[in-house]
Structure formats: structure tokens, C-alpha cells
Design a protein around this ligand. Structure first.
Ligand SMILES: NC(=O)C1=CN([C@@H]2O[C@H](COP(=O)(O)OP(=O)(O)OC[C@H]3O[C@@H](n4cnc5c(N)ncnc54)[C@H](O)[C@@H]3O)[C@@H](O)[C@H]2O)C=CC1
Ligand SMILES: CC(=O)C(=O)O
Length: 369
């Protein structure tokens, strides 16, 4: 009984400490991180209100299609718009018709498709998946220049037709593309409203691999990969929980099994791309999960990509994934996860590496203004 009481007290205390670790997400790029904003009123969502909600997905390749399939299966919105470039128009029309013909099994009343952004008008959420994918063996960072050009073409159109939308970036390299989308939106666009899918997929891969090694349900593994959605990602072993139990005791070193699990997480995308040429279903499920959090204003905690300058001793103007609460306005608050000195140092290294790739694009953009 005594032991049980101690456990309860420990968890109540640690909840309070964790709660104090939240930092409000500033609404505008220029507001310093330390400022706090009044909590935004929670949207009311009576049953069936999703019908008034509109999602646009830009980029109807493998990932875009994976997103649409998951969104439709989960009855998240009433209207869905699909956008791709003009040369892909015929395929786009075919995909839209195929999804429309499943109307007996989902509740999305309207599915639109076009290469023109007027179909995206007044979207509540815009999801950007357009861009070049990796070839087998290619890193995400190597896509940066090609996909920066594509992002440059897309963002003005998105903002023209849906200036109030929350925007989710999936295109790789996801963290730099999210930073770029924010820069293109300008300093007056509420900062948290543009976020990247970050390491939500990497964290799911981590959950699955740990669960597999322990013969458990992945949904009982709680923990995050943070930092870059890519090769320099950081597993926060110090806060992984199995059910309510910590995976590691305080000070317990990370052993070779855990290191191998992290390596397997990093290798996951390369592995699937080698096997089938692309990844799409797991990211589609991740996107639908986040879309539901936005449209239902759920305040769901997920590791998504947001500006981390000023956090964890990071000085560079970079976006990385950290656990955030996600609602209708995108990232509403950033959770300040306690890190060990090693985890913090690895995150800082990841930030520096990303900044080296991002810097030339920033210099180019700044010289144009
Ligand atoms: N963040 C994440 O966890 C993941 C990100 N990705 C990334 O998602 C992106 C898309 O991957 P896939 O769908 O496999 O590639 P894909 O080549 O199958 O599709 C890309 C689509 O973007 C379209 N597109 C190109 N320029 C466009 C523009 N200006 N406007 C509208 N559409 C445009 C293309 O026509 C094509 O349909 C890649 O950058 C990939 O690396 C992929 C998986 C996971
Ligand atoms: C391609 C990619 O970013 C992924 O599957 O993680």
C-alpha cells in the first residue's frame, strides 16, 4: 500500500513539473519566445461539425494519395481539395474520381481536384506534400534545393486562397521546408500555424520497434524521437515510458540494443524506399492523425517541426521537431522536455548541421529582398 501511495505521489508531482515545462507558442514570428499569449478559446465541435471543415492537399504523388486515403477513412472533413501541377492533370482527375466513387463508405461530401488553387479557397487546413522524393540511398537533405523551388511556387498560391489556414508541411527535408514556408509567409503570419510533420513518423517507428522487442502493443510505448526528421534525429531515451513505467532508471546508460533500435528507425525510410520505391502509408496515417487534431482542436501532443531558436541552447534560426500541443491554430504550445546533457548536445549538433544546409537558401532569399 505504501509503495502504491509513493508511486501515486511521484506521478502527481512529476505531472506538475512537466506541466510547468510548457512554453506558449508565440503567435507571430517577431514576438520573442519568452512572451506568453492568452490561451486561445477552444473551438466547439458538436458531433458532425467536421462537415463544415475543408482540407487541401497539395502534391498528389504517393504521399498525397496516402494522406487522402487516411483522411477519408477517418471522416475528418466535409470537403477535400486535391492539387497537383498541370502535367499531372489527367492522373489527378482519375485519382479524384476513384476516391469519389468510394463515397458510400466515407462522409466527405465534396472532393475537388485541379491544378488551379481556386479549388483550395478557404481551406481550414492545407497539407503540402509536393516535391521530389528520395531515390534509393539518397538523403532527405539532398532534396533541399529542388524542393525549395517547389515550395517557393506553392506558398503564395496557398496564402492567396486560404490566408487563414493552418498549414502542415510534409515535403522533405521536412524541417527546412517548414522553416522556408514560414519565411515565405512573412513575419506577420502567426508562427505556430505552419508546422511540419517532423518526427511523428520517426516516433511511431520507434514505438513499433520497442514494442516488437518487448512483445507489447506499440500504443503502450510512449516516447519521442526529436530533432531532424532525418539522419541526425535524437531519441529521448530518458523519457521513454512503457505503460507508465520508465524504460531506463535515472542515470542508466543507453545500451547497444537501444542504439540498434535508433539506427533501425533512421534506416526505416531507406529500407522501405529500397523495397517499394517510396514511403506513403505510415506518413499518410501520421498526417491524418495531425489533421484530426487541427480540425477538432484536440490539443494533441506530438513531436512536430517548429522554430526552436532559443530552446535547448539552440541559437540557429532552425526548425526541428519537439513535442507540441496541436490544435486549430497549429502549434499552440511547445513542451520543454527535460533532456540529459548528451541528448541536449546531440540536438544542438543536429541544429548546427541543419543550419549549414539551410543557410545558403536564407542568404539567397535575403539578397532578393
Ligand atoms: N515528412 C515525411 O515524413 C515524409 C516526407 N516525404 C516527402 O514527401 C514528398 C513527396 O513524396 P512522394 O509523394 O513520394 O513523391 P511523388 O513524386 O510521388 O509526388 C510528388 C508530387 O508532387 C507534385 N508536384 C511537384 N511540383 C509541384 C507543384 N509546384 N505544385 C503541386 N504539385 C507539385 C508532383 O507532380 C507529384 O505528383 C517528398 O519530398 C518526400 O521526400 C515522403 C515520406 C515521408
Ligand atoms: C521518406 C521519409 O521521409 C520517411 O519515410 O521518413
Amino acid at each position: 500500500m505504501n509503495v502504491l501511495l509513493k508511486c501515486v505521489v511521484r506521478y502527481v508531482v512529476s505531472f506538475e513539473l512537466d506541466f510547468k515545462g510548457w512554453r506558449e507558442r508565440n503567435t507571430v514570428n517577431t514576438v520573442p519566445y519568452t512572451s506568453s499569449i492568452p490561451q486561445l478559446p477552444r473551438d466547439t465541435h458538436p458531433l458532425g461539425n467536421f462537415n463544415s471543415k475543408k482540407i487541401t492537399v497539395v502534391g498528389m504523388g504517393q504521399v498525397g494519395l496516402g494522406c487522402i486515403a487516411s483522411i477519408l477513412n477517418q471522416d475528418i472533413c466535409g470537403t477535400l481539395a486535391m492539387i497537383d501541377i498541370a502535367p499531372a492533370a489527367k492522373k489527378l482527375e482519375g485519382e479524384a474520381k476513384d476516391f469519389q466513387q468510394g463515397g458510400g463508405f466515407h462522409q466527405t461530401a465534396t472532393i475537388l481536384a485541379s491544378s488551379s488553387y481556386d479549388v483550395s479557397e478557404k481551406s481550414d487546413l492545407v497539407i503540402i506534400t509536393a516535391g521530389v522524393p528520395q531515390k534509393p540511398g539518397e538523403s532527405r537533405l539532398s532534396l533541399v534545393e529542388r524542393n525549395a523551388k517547389i515550395m517557393g511556387a506553392i506558398m503564395p498560391e496557398v496564402l492567396r486562397y486560404s490566408p487563414k489556414a493552418t498549414i502542415m508541411i510534409v515535403s522533405n527535408p521536412c524541417d527546412i521546408m517548414t522553416a522556408l514556408a514560414c519565411k515565405l509567409a512573412g513575419p506577420d503570419f502567426p508562427q505556430g500555424k505552419i508546422f511540419g510533420t517532423g518526427t511523428i513518423l520517426d516516433s511511431s517507428r520507434l514505438q513499433c520497434l520497442i514494442a516488437q522487442s518487448m512483445d507489447l502493443d506499440p500504443r503502450n510505448v510512449h516516447g519521442y524521437i526529436i530533432g531532424e526528421h532525418g539522419d541526425s534525429s535524437v531519441p529521448v531515451w530518458s523519457s521513454v515510458r512503457i505503460g507508465a513505467l520508465p524504460l531506463l532508471a535515472p542515470g542508466q546508460p543507453v545500451d547497444d540494443t537501444l542504439k540498434a533500435i535508433h539506427k533501425a528507425v533512421i534506416d526505416s525510410a531507406y529500407d522501405v524506399i529500397n523495397l517499394k520505391g517510396y514511403t506513403n502509408w505510415a506518413i499518410g496515417m501520421s498526417v491524418a492523425y495531425l489533421a484530426k487534431a487541427v480540425l477538432n482542436d484536440n490539443r494533441t501532443i506530438s513531436p512536430v517541426s517548429t522554430c526552436v531558436r532559443g530552446l535547448y541552447g539552440i541559437e540557429e534560426d532552425v526548425f526541428l521537431a519537439v513535442p507540441c500541443s496541436i490544435g486549430s491554430q497549429g502549434v499552440q504550445r511547445v513542451a520543454i522536455l527535460p533532456l540529459t546533457p548528451e541528448e541536449e548536445a546531440t540536438l544542438q549538433k543536429s541544429a548546427k548541421g541543419l543550419w549549414e544546409v539551410q543557410k545558403p537558401i536564407w542568404e539567397q532569399l535575403d539578397s532578393q529582398n
